[in-house]
Every structure is written in C-alpha cells, then in structure tokens.
Design a protein around this ligand. Structure first.
Ligand SMILES: [Zn+2]
Ligand SMILES: [Zn+2]
Length: 162
C-alpha cells in the first residue's frame, strides 16, 4: 500500500504504509484531509522511495500538521524534492548559491542544499548557517564536498564494516 497526497496536490510524493501509520496518522484529521491511497499503478517488484524518510519532509509535515498549514506544505515539499541529492563523500563542482556554510566557521566548511534542508532548516541550527553565496569556485576551487554527506557516508561504511 502506498499513499499520496489527495488530488495529487504534490504529484511526486509517495508515502509507505508504515510511515503513514506511524507519522502521518499522528495527526489524524490533517492526514485524512490531505492523504489518500495512491492511484498510481504499481508493479509488484517495484521498490518505492518513501518521501517521509527525507528528514526535511518529515519535519515539514509535523510543523505544518501542527499549524494546519497545508498550503505551505504543498509549496515547500516540492522544492526539497527537486534538489540534487547530497553528493555524499564525492567531490562535485560547486553550483553558486546552492551551498551553505556556518556563520562562525570553520572556514571552507560547506554543506549541500539537500543537507541544509534536512538537518538545518526548521531546526535550532538555522540561525548559525548562511548561504555560501556565489563565486564558490573562486573561493573553494572546482571541487567541493558536503561536510555532512562525507561524514554520514563514512559512518554508514563503518556500520557496514562491523
Ligand atoms: Zn516510509
Ligand atoms: Zn549533503
């Protein structure tokens, strides 16, 4: 069973049954008003990406459900869904205005926009980061990596090695 937003308010969004029951239904009225069984036909062997595993989308849901603010949910979630995924431990060419850096350093520490949304936006950390701006290549060179992404992927590698 897969759920989606009612009337395809966010066409790409899918939520698995477990997340629906554990997290979406935590706010029953909001849930029933805005989610329904997905009508998109599914192949039995198809693996679905559940959007609620994205920390930002999960947080966004809780915040908007509490304030009964579907309008902002529908505006904000597709923005997150359209971002490039975190490069993880890979280095990439830095696109201007898509990277964030802590206000008080360390200098040169960057996180990607996906990680900014997932781990900084709508959290207490919010005021401590700023957009790294443009001319990133001039400052950081042609290859940068995401500090969070690199940490998380090495942590998961370690976990796998155990
Ligand atoms: Zn799920
Ligand atoms: Zn990242």
């Amino acid at each position: 069973m897969v759920l989606g937003t009612r009337n395809n308010a966010i066409p790409e969004m899918v939520v698995c049954q477990t997340c629906y029951e554990d997290h979406i239904l935590a706010y029953p009225e909001f849930a029933r008003e805005h989610f329904e069984l997905s009508t998109i036909p599914q192949a039995a062997d198809q693996t679905w990406w559940c959007d609620l595993v994205v920390p930002y989308i999960y947080r966004e849901y809780k915040v908007r459900a509490l304030t009964n603010d579907w309008k902002n949910f529908v505006e904000c979630v597709p923005v997150r869904m359209s971002l490039n995924p975190c490069p993880g431990s890979d280095t990439v060419y830095p696109q201007d205005n898509k990277w964030f850096t802590p206000n008080n350093g360390p200098k040169g520490l960057l996180i990607c926009m996906a990680c900014y949304c997932d781990y900084v936006l709508l959290t207490e950390q919010h005021s401590q980061w700023r957009n790294a701006g443009d001319n990133l290549v001039g400052i950081f060179g042609v290859s940068v990596s995401c500090f969070f992404g690199a940490q998380f992927s090495s942590a998961s590698l370690l976990a796998k090695a155990k």
